[in-house]
Design a protein around this ligand. Structure first.
Ligand code: UN1
Length: 508
């Protein structure tokens, strides 16, 4: 751990404000990153003051004027090199992600792998920023569309995927010709500093202008500066629905664009026709992986009454085998929650589940004793509930799994959809009719709908995001890149006349 920090010059107190070439003083509040794994301070970062922030925006704006004129495949070549650098750092960075955020080492490596994958994706994309060609209604005319970069992309990322979500946004934004200002979560600023240093090295070797890759560590206020800033045409924000509503209102008030990736309340329907072995792995990984702190974590299991008792028995047994502890130890399945606030939110939800009539099949609780000194390690729990309970309608970012019974698929789908959020969903079934019904217009209302796969662990090649209170944004694969660009329709007249559209006559 110390090695990567030392090799990238991150020791002691650090500025958290960079233009990609220069580190600004960092005159804002100091943030000390504390690992939930062992409670040790990793580093203290000086956040951005308003002056720092303004200086960054000015530099970014200048850089955009140059960067937008680099051919997209050349920008792609830079992103290719970032991917190479990340391959070299996969081990170190993956460990640091695990240590600073608390996810298992395997998941830390997986997160860096997602970064590498999106780099590869973005390189290909840099030669495929295609527009359409249309047929003009007028003779001697040609009509087509082009995609141009927007300018500064503000990226507000969350602690749970401290580096991957930034990379989905920034790699796409860069090949599209935008410059980026990244405000990472104040809970995971050290991994952000490391990413910034890695990118800076690649940018320096390629003479990328200062201001293409900017970092502004800071608290809520820094995010508000970005959201309110008319110099920042696009804000991509990942986090809670509460945060997203504020960002959307601020950005919307100035008619800026936003990509929002907010809360989920993801369910797996386990049909009477499911392969229960597969369903078990999907459900347990989805619910306890990253200690239930993924947007795509499985929060609800909607189980057919015919297989309910048998499946619950297996589920409870599987939970009894979970090893909770230091995530850097690969024998453990579940690491800590991010901090004490998260533990309190978990405990509060548990109290509400009981108060609202839920019945615990596996009890929760905070672990104590050797190895659990940080107070952030909690027991994944399972509660039998009714879908309409207020607490079930709410996303708690912790390993709490709700189970409920259904009789007809129609009813199962209704339960799945009957929550305010709409990110990820799944059905476990070997029955083609059921699978297709679940995927139809009358089926799942989520941005992600899977068959015989759990709700978490989406690949980067698809568009990632969801509906309703999840915010409607799409990031990562497919044609999500279009949200980072502006579309321009071009009509060219190569005739000797000026015919007007719609056949209008206008003679002078
Ligand atoms: C998130 O939790 O914000 O699908 C992102 C997954 C990961 C990304 C989750 N690829 O679980």
């Amino acid at each position: 751990m110390e090695e990567i920090l030392k090799s990238l010059g991150i020791t002691g107190k650090q500025s958290g404000v960079s233009t990609g070439k220069h580190w600004l003083p960092g005159g804002g509040a100091e943030i000390t990153s504390v690992s939930p794994v062992d409670g040790k301070a990793i580093a203290t970062i000086r956040g951005a003051s308003r002056e720092d922030y303004d200086a960054v925006v000015v530099t970014a704006h200048e850089a955009f004027k140059t960067w937008r004129q680099w051919p997209a495949p050349r920008r792609g070549e830079i992103v290719r090199q970032i991917g190479e650098a990340l391959r070299k750092h996969k081990h170190d960075l993956g460990r640091l992600v695990s240590y600073e955020m608390g996810k298992s080492l395997q998941e830390g490596f997986g997160e860096v792998q997602e970064m590498i994958d999106i780099c590869d994706f973005a390189v290909g994309l840099s030669r495929q920023l295609h527009g359409l060609t249309m047929h003009s209604e007028r003779p001697g005319h040609r009509m087509y569309e082009q995609w141009h970069p927007l300018g500064i992309t503000g990226i507000i990322s969350a602690f749970n995927f401290p580096v991957a979500v930034w990379s989905w946004n920034s790699m796409l934004a860069w090949v599209c010709g935008n410059v980026c200002i990244w405000k990472p979560s104040e809970k995971t600023p050290v991994t952000a500093l490391v990413c910034q240093r890695i990118v800076e090295t690649v940018f320096a070797a390629n003479e990328v202008p200062e201001g293409v890759c900017n970092l502004v560590v800071g608290g809520r206020e820094t995010g508000e500066w970005l959201a309110a800033d008319p110099r920042v045409p696009l804000i991509s924000a990942t986090g809670s629905t509460r945060m997203g509503k504020e960002v959307a209102a601020t950005v919307g008030a100035r008619l800026g664009k936003s990509i929002l990736e907010l809360g989920g309340n993801n369910a797996i329907i386990i049909s009477e026709h499911a392969d229960l072995d597969m369903a078990l792995i999907g459900a347990v990984f989805g619910a306890v992986g990253t200690a239930g702190q993924r947007c795509t974590s499985t929060r609800r299991l909607i189980i057919h009454e015919k297989v309910y008792d048998a499946f619950i028995a297996r589920l409870v047994k599987a939970y009894s085998q979970l090893r909770i502890g230091n995530p850097l130890d690969e024998n453990n399945h579940v690491g800590p929650l991010i901090d004490k606030d998260a533990v309190n939110a978990y405990l509060k939800s548990i109290a509400q589940i009981s108060a609202q009539g839920g019945k615990f099949l596996v009890e929760g609780g905070v672990l104590e004793g050797p190895g659990y000194e940080t107070g952030c390690y909690v027991r994944p729990c399972i509660a039998e509930v009714q879908n309409h309970f207020a607490i079930v309608q709410h996303e708690t970012f912790a390993p709490i799994l709700y189970v409920m019974k259904y009789q007809t698929l129609k009813e199962g789908i209704a339960f799945q959809n009957d929550v305010p959020q709409g990110l990820s969903s799944a059905i476990m079934t070997l029955n083609l009719r059921e699978a297709e019904e679940f995927l139809s217009a009358a089926g799942s209302d989520c941005g992600i709908a899977n068959v015989n796969i759990g709700t978490s662990g989406a690949e980067i090649g698809g568009a990632f995001g969801g509906e309703k209170e999840t915010g409607g944004g799409r990031e990562s694969g497919s044609d999500a890149w279009k949200a980072y660009m502006r579309r321009q329709t071009n009509t060219i007249n190569y005739s000797t006349k000026l015919p007007l559209a719609q056949g209008i006559k206008f003679d002078l």
